[in-house]
Design a protein around this ligand. Structure first.
Ligand SMILES: [Zn+2]
Length: 361
């Protein structure tokens, strides 16, 4: 535990926190990996190991409210502002100088803070915690799971939980030519095969069927002939799913699934989209993956991958298999339980489909 802010300078307190003094080269990416302000007013930070943090507090002035900020080595790629709630006005991620990252938390004017009591606690080499305020009313958690690209094939999901103004405005669906396209949506599993079973008994078959039905409606409203391989809990083998698509003039085939991790690990979350081969399948997979990530902030991007699943291998048209999250993962399961999240995923997948049809036709 590292105590800080114990001096009496009030107007402009600057505090230096450290673990080791390794200095990152100017061009390296931000040492800030993830951050969250929890419902109890605690700010949590995850950084690269051995990061030098510098934290500051400034009292309100005419221009802005009380501000707390932390500087990290390494440059942030895309500065942004995230809307707050409760006592927090907004959070800004910026680069004050070349090669730096700054996380600013700006409080609302009437908020009463006690920075002299604040303590930054180092939980381990790369995790930090500081209690900033006591929420007056219920405070909605704000945060980003991955600030910048991580190593390995898990890519950063840089989407914001709160867009600056219009929260889900980006879900506006594009227009495509009516009565021209045909799409087959395949809700995975069904009947005696429930697919993955997740936290609290949540079942893949139920989640993917509901989402598939919403997608079908959204596509139909836009003049696309949409067909589901199943509309209820029936036992449906893989070959008939493929035949449904191959026996029609379907332009694309989209199979919807949810994941489970081996050993039901709650820390494994994320989304991924598979295609079998061809640039069309890949393009469709990329488009859908991009959109589903936008509505799943903080959940890892497991990427667009080639897969040899029966339904995408044997269909004749561009085909993808979407994994919308881990029912066994703490973050994903909590979301996938909610009808609103299912709707957002359905919108996102529909958007990916429409954009593909618009581009490739
Ligand atoms: Zn499945």
């Amino acid at each position: 535990m590292i105590k800080f802010l114990d001096n009496k300078l009030y107007r402009y307190l600057s505090v230096f926190l450290f673990l080791n003094s390794s200095i990152l080269p100017v061009k390296s990416s931000s040492a800030l990996a993830a951050w969250a302000i929890n419902t109890n007013g605690v700010l949590e930070l995850r950084t690269k190991s051995n990061t030098n943090l510098k934290a500051y507090f400034q009292k309100a002035n005419q221009i802005s409210g009380d501000r707390f900020w932390v500087d990290f080595p390494g440059e942030l790629k895309n500065p942004r502002t995230i809307k707050g709630n409760g006592q927090i006005k907004e959070i800004r991620l910026g680069k004050p100088d070349k090669g730096k990252t700054r996380l600013v938390i700006e409080f609302k004017e009437e908020t009463y803070l006690e920075p002299l009591t604040w303590k930054m606690v180092g939980l381990d080499q790369n995790r930090w915690r500081i209690k900033l305020f006591k929420p007056k009313y219920s405070f909605k958690k704000i945060g980003e799971g991955l600030v910048e690209k991580k190593s390995g094939n898990i890519k950063a999901n840089q989407n914001l939980i709160h867009k600056k103004k219009n929260n889900y405005g980006y879900l506006k669906l594009p227009e495509v030519k009516r009565n021209k396209f045909e799409v087959v949506i395949d809700p995975g599993h069904g009947g005696p095969d429930p697919g993955a079973i997740g936290i609290g008994g949540i079942r893949e078959t139920d989640v993917v069927l509901e989402i598939s039905k919403i997608i079908k409606n959204l596509l139909s409203e836009r003049g696309i002939k949409a067909r589901l391989t199943r509309t209820n809990e029936v036992d449906l083998d893989l070959p008939p799913r493929v035949s449904i698509a191959n026996n029609t003039d379907a332009d694309i085939f989209v199979s919807i699934h949810a994941n489970a991790s081996r050993g039901k690990r709650r820390d494994i979350n994320g989304l991924e989209t598979f295609y079998y081969r061809g640039w069309r399948g890949r393009l469709l997979a990329k488009g859908i993956q991009k959109e589903i990530l936008r509505v799943s902030p903080g959940s890892p991007d497991r990427g667009v991958k080639q897969g040899r699943f029966y339904v995408i291998k044997n269909t004749r048209m561009p085909a993808v298999l979407v994994e919308i999250g881990f029912l066994t993962g703490r973050l994903d399961a909590r979301r996938l339980e909610k009808i609103n999240h299912r709707k957002r995923l359905a919108y996102a997948i529909t958007k990916g489909i429409l954009e593909y049809l618009d581009k490739v036709g």
